[in-house]
Design a protein. Structure first.
Length: 697
């Protein structure tokens, strides 16, 4: 009681403990996240929770709940002399100057911001400057209006307008908060102004991005998906997603055959491998998306299953052998023809009886495939579908991503990353080499690839150096969980029926064609993306925006085969092909929604930190350029409309009048200023210059 109210007690206790800095933001429950748990305390006296001081409550509760939480005991809070601007000295409340931002003194940063000049009465801009300062502080202090108001009120030039006209600083802070929420002002972009960014760097020796990067940014919740990126949570999400996939298997029975023998947390990886293989079977099918709906799009995937060695990636090989069987069987004819041609070239080539090279269809390629061979086979894999020539998708499957990358770094099969980038949207490419084996031609990249690999291999493939290429958002990277010493399930009976069902469906999907009637799914994906984009905008996260943009394509591509199988009875047969219109429903959307949620969550898990670094570096580089230019511009703006050499020395912080005259000469040549006249002072003729009205840019 004798110390005063809660905040006064904090100051008194800090004095008892010695050299303790008070965090004024902790005067109430707004900092509960920093409170320790029972498990953190070695000895806990339960009587602490029975303590009650009725006299204290009677005296202070009403005031506290009314918002009067500042120190009640005047002698507790000392004042401190603070120097700002060009020698200005003021008394600033200790409870305001002790405020910290990310461990740095807020008042020191403000002092740096106004080191050159404080807003003064003659400028008539003190209110505007206080609004800008409040905006910057709100962005730095997580919207803590009370703390911001205290700091702004403590500034000497704000005290002046309070005394002169009763300035309502609380209303100023509220206006700044409103500007931030509505994004009405150019300086409310969830980062402090350029002036404050410079002040932060001067006061701390670090950039704003370097300081804030150290704190993990909270990610957006996706409902059934994740809210952060830890390995512990990934394990939990995989089980949750597996449970949802198990529920969906009642409507999509093929999922039971796909996930046979696997644990629930392996279901997501199996779902995506199977989806990638089955959409390749459906290479003759198309759909229309909400982006440029006039274009017919193909079913594309670039799938990587990421897990530690011996984590159970072999399931992917089983699915490849069963689901890719129709394509492999069709390739056999083409491969035999090419091998026969090469044999004839070896035996008859010397006699100049060279046979004609056959034009065959080969679609499955191992990682060790030369670019020339791959491109030639891709161009040759053409089939007439409904009267038009259609280039069929190539397929690469490899169980070792590390091996895939190694063989693509040398020899005639050198790096295919440019093809990987263009494959996702079937973009146009071409080649014009001088050797005889490379035909001069343009082509569209139709290629689906599925690889399993380790986290180390993924880091080699996508890293901070190549992140800007856009490969990350084209990839579907699904984690496989650690086995944690668990044995795989022992199967006592061989289930041939499951394998045969997968083979039968593979044969059917390989004979589908035409435009898929999935417009309802496309509409739902548009709405899903819009909701996520609104979240990213609220969070001002360029990283989330970047990783979000292609998720909807993945959601549709991977769900399409399962949706077609579910509505198979609505299709009809035209010759050897199946086609027709079907009606999607809520069950189909549940599958597509789960897939797009998984894709977005995994994008952020694997590439979120890289995306944040990418934009931080980009912003930092841009701010460096702006800062160098801004210093000159601000100095020019400080010049009076009519000025002398001495004014130029002061505003541009120049060492002597010779340098100032050189500076003025440059400004005259740039038509920014002109000579206005002369005057005599103490027997010396001095020149007067005036601004022309042109802006320095």
């Amino acid at each position: 009681m004798e110390w005063g109210n809660l905040i006064a007690n904090q100051h008194a206790m800090a004095s008892e403990l010695g050299n303790v800095i008070i965090d004024e933001s902790g005067k109430d429950s707004s900092r509960m996240s920093y409170i320790c748990k029972n498990s953190d305390i070695l000895y806990l006296d339960k009587e602490l929770f029975t303590y009650e001081n009725k006299e204290f409550a009677k005296k202070y509760d009403a005031e506290y709940r009314a918002g009067n939480s500042r120190a009640a005991a005047a002698d507790v809070v000392a004042s401190k002399v603070v120097k700002q601007g060009a020698g200005d000295v003021c008394q600033v409340d200790a409870e305001s100057i002790s405020l910290k931002w990310r461990g740095y003194d807020v008042q020191s940063i403000i002092d740096q911001r106004y080191a050159d000049k404080l807003p003064c009465k003659d400028d008539s801009n003190r209110h505007t400057e206080s609004l800008k300062l409040a905006t910057d502080l709100l962005l730095m202090l997580d919207g803590d209006k009370a703390a911001v108001q205290r700091v702004v009120e403590a500034q000497p030039w704000v005290q002046e307008i309070i005394q002169e006209r009763g300035e309502d600083v609380g209303q100023t802070v509220s206006s700044a908060a409103s500007c931030i929420s509505q994004k009405e002002k150019k300086y409310t972009n969830n980062m402090p102004s350029k002036a404050m960014l410079e002040a932060i760097e001067k006061a701390t020796g670090k950039t704003f991005q370097e300081i804030t990067k150290a704190q993990t940014q909270k990610n957006l919740s996706l409902g059934p998906g994740p809210s952060d990126r830890s390995e512990e949570d990934i394990s939990r999400w995989l089980w949750e997603w597996g449970s949802q996939i198990e529920v969906l298997s009642e409507d999509y029975p093929i999922i039971k055959d796909i996930t046979k023998g696997l644990k629930k947390n392996q279901y997501p990886a199996a779902l995506f491998v199977a989806g990638g293989l089955m959409m390749t079977l459906m290479t003759r099918c198309t759909y229309r998306f909400y982006h440029r709906p006039e274009e017919l799009r193909r079913l594309n995937n670039s799938t990587l299953i990421i897990g530690d060695p011996a984590s159970g990636k072999s399931f992917a090989t089983r699915l490849f052998k069963l689901l890719a069987a129709p394509i492999v069987a069709a390739d056999k004819i083409g491969k035999e023809a090419i091998n026969a041609y090469r044999e004839q070239m070896r035996t008859k080539g010397a006699n100049k009886e060279k046979p004609k090279k056959p034009k065959v269809v080969v679609r499955v390629h191992p990682a060790r495939t030369s670019n020339a061979q791959f491109i030639q086979d891709m161009v040759n894999s053409v089939e007439e579908v409904d009267g038009e020539l259609m280039q069929l998708h190539q397929l690469t499957f490899d169980t070792e991503l590390d091996n895939t990358m190694t063989v693509q770094k040398g020899g005639s099969w050198i790096d295919k990353q440019s093809l990987e980038l263009k494959a996702f949207h079937n973009e146009e490419d071409g080649q014009a080499y001088s050797n005889n084996d490379s035909i001069l031609q343009d082509f569209y990249v139709t290629w689906n690839f599925i690889c399993t690999g380790t986290p180390i291999a993924l880091k080699k493939k996508v890293n901070e150096q190549n992140f800007g290429s856009g490969l990350a958002t084209r990839l579907t990277c699904i984690p496989l969980p650690a086995t944690n010493f668990e044995m795989m399930s022992r199967e006592s009976n061989v289930d041939y029926d499951s394998d045969n069902r997968l083979k039968d469906w593979a044969e059917k999907l390989d004979r589908t064609k035409g435009e898929l009637s999935v417009q309802k799914i496309v509409d739902e994906l548009y709405d899903w993306t819009a909701r996520r984009m609104a979240d990213a905008a609220e969070n001002d996260s360029k990283a989330d925006e970047m990783l979000l943009k292609r998720c909807a394509y993945h959601g549709l591509n991977f769900s399409a085969p399962f949706i077609v199988m579910r509505h198979w009875g609505e299709l009809h047969q035209e010759g050897e092909f199946w086609c027709g219109v079907f009606e999607t429903d809520e069950v189909d959307w549940k599958l597509a929604e789960l897939i797009v949620n998984i894709q977005y969550a995994c994008q952020r898990h694997y590439f979120g930190a890289m995306a944040e670094t990418y934009f931080d570096n980009k912003l930092r580089d841009a701010s460096v350029n702006i800062r160098r230019q801004q210093k000159t511009i601000e100095a020019f703006q400080r010049l009076p409309e009519e000025f002398t050499v001495e004014d130029a020395m002061r505003c541009f912080s120049l060492a002597n009048d010779v340098v100032a005259r050189v500076k003025i000469s440059r400004l005259v040549k740039d038509h920014l200023v002109e000579k206005a006249g002369e005057f005599i002072e103490n027997g010396t003729t001095k020149a007067v210059f005036k601004k022309t009205g042109l802006a320095m840019g």
